[in-house]
Design a protein around this ligand. Structure first.
Ligand code: HEM
Length: 463
């Protein structure tokens, strides 16, 4: 009996303490002028619910508090904005003090010169340097031939194999970028580079606790190894009198008007590898999934690519004009990005107290510009849960201001065309060469940004 009383007592004690802590945390943030919402537990906030429930957490909070609410996630007090007009306003007003607000672990590991870490004129310069590197002319003359060559060999021996498509598209995104950056050295450095890069990626998605055996620590070490590998590469290129026609060659070349220090160059290369990695791999994998589930779409896509093949010899590469004559492929990629919501939203932070939507957002708070819901708005996309690439063929759909698959405003994705060219080339060789069936992998993995089936495996055979 005594034991039972103790258990009941402890139980009530924990309940009362928890309620008091939750209440204290709410009162702490009950400043005048803040939007409605809940702040969860001290320090941890509502991070657990956010990570566990993902979009369902957002939907639930929206039904309680509307499209503009406060929360405490990933270690920071945060405003979540789901309102399309407000989202637009936030994205175009960096100059008023709404700068990127990515987690500290990401900034530490990607480097202090990476584009997300710099603002104002430094951002303009780094962005200019990147845009020069991946301009339409560069894609046409230098990058697309490398992408084509890479895709042919990457997809050359999938016949009669069970392929973990998630793993293969991740490798593809990384190795293809590496070829574009350092075409001559890519093969020799990829084996030592790839595992370090995967550790770096994991590190950016972790809590910034620098203790042995944490993902952050491993990611930080990986950054050091990658930095020294790239530094050596830059030095070797400088010493050699040969000029290579790749990104590194362009960065070091005389004709490039953007002169970067070695540190800036290295951070830019890491940014390119990092930004295209998860986006390209997940979009490619999800396209394979949707094409498998929608035979009519696959048929139409194949038709487009067979038309291209028919006007070429087997050894001819995909050229820029071929890429530009793939409207249905582009529509398939947009529809995949929309339905799978490859990017749930983007993060900003306030550099001073700011009035937004009639509320005062304190300096240093994060703003999660949550764009996912727009993708499922039936007024914008009729029958929104249906995979229907044809909807994108209506003229000008991608220029609508609600189209935020590649972000918006001053930070809109500079790698959009490069990413599309890579995914299109991958799809070209995949659908013309192979047919496939799914053999497993329907578990969902959830990240703040990406949600996709885990370990999707397919059995591939030649058509
Ligand atoms: C399907 C592929 C891609 C998708 C869906 C995508 C999506 C996005 C989004 C939503 C943003 C906005 C981030 C923000 O506002 O904070 C962004 C920015 C960015 N993307 Fe992409 N991206 C893709 C491919 C690429 C590729 C291949 C590169 C490689 C060059 C790249 C480089 C960048 C960079 C450097 C930024 C930051 C720009 C800045 O801060 O000025 N992206 N991307």
């Amino acid at each position: 009996m005594g034991g039972l009383i103790v258990i009941v007592g402890v139980f009530w004690g924990v309940c009362i303490l928890s309620a008091a802590l939750l209440r204290w945390n709410e009162v702490r943030y009950k400043k005048k002028g803040l939007p409605p919402g809940t702040m969860g537990w001290p320090i941890f906030g509502e991070t657990t619910e956010f990570l566990k429930l993902g979009p369902a957490f957002m939907k639930n909070q929206r039904s309680r508090f509307g499209s503009f609410f406060k929360s405490h996630i990933l270690g920071c007090p945060t405003i979540v904005s789901m309102d399309p007009e407000l989202n637009r306003y936030i994205l175009v007003n960096e100059a008023k003090g709404l700068v990127p607000g990515y987690p500290q672990s990401m900034l530490d590991i990607l480097g202090k010169c990476n584009i997300a870490a710099v603002h104002g004129s430094a951002h303009k310069y780094m962005r200019g340097a990147l845009l020069a590197l991946i301009s339409p002319t560069m894609i046409k003359d230098q990058l697309l031939p490398k992408i084509d060559d890479f895709m042919r060999s990457h997809l050359s021996n999938w016949d009669d194999k069970i392929i973990d498509i998630q793993e293969k598209t991740k490798e593809m995104a990384f190795l293809s970028s590496l070829r574009q950056i350092a075409s001559k050295e890519a093969n020799s450095i990829s084996q030592s580079f790839m595992p370090e890069f995967f550790k770096l990626v994991l590190g950016t998605l972790s809590l910034p606790i620098n203790l042995p055996n944490t993902n952050y620590h491993r990611g930080f070490q990986a950054r050091k190894n990658i930095t020294s590998l790239l530094r050596k590469l830059v030095e070797e290129r400088r010493d050699s009198k040969e000029t290579q026609k790749d990104m590194l060659g362009f960065l070091l070349g005389e004709e490039n008007k953007y002169k970067l220090s070695d540190d800036e160059m290295i951070d830019l290369i890491i940014t390119i590898l990092y930004s295209g990695y998860e986006t390209i791999s997940t979009t490619s994998m999800m396209a394979i999934k949707y094409l498998h589930d929608h035979p009519k779409v696959l048929q139409e896509l194949r038709k487009e690519h067979i038309t291209i093949i028919e006007r070429k010899r087997p050894e001819d590469p995909i050229e820029y004009d071929d890429y530009k004559s793939m409207p249905f492929t582009r529509a398939v990629i947009y529809e995949t990005s929309r339905l799978a919501t490859i990017v749930n939203g983007v993060l900003r932070k306030t550099t001073r107290d700011m009035e937004i939507n009639g509320y005062v957002i304190p300096k240093g708070w994060r703003i999660y510009v949550y764009t996912r819901e727009v993708n499922y708005d039936p007024n914008l996309y009729p029958d929104p849960l249906t995979f229907n690439p044809w909807r994108w063929l209506e003229k000008g759909m991608e220029n609508q201001h609600h189209f935020l698959i590649f972000g918006g405003g001053t930070r809109q994705c500079p790698g959009k065309e490069l990413g599309l060219a890579e995914i299109s080339t991958f799809l070209h060789y995949f659908v013309t060469k192979y047919k496939w069936e799914e053999v497993g992998g329907d578990k969902l993995m959830k990240f703040p940004r990406v949600e996709a089936p885990n370990g999707l495996r397919i059995r591939v055979s030649t058509r």
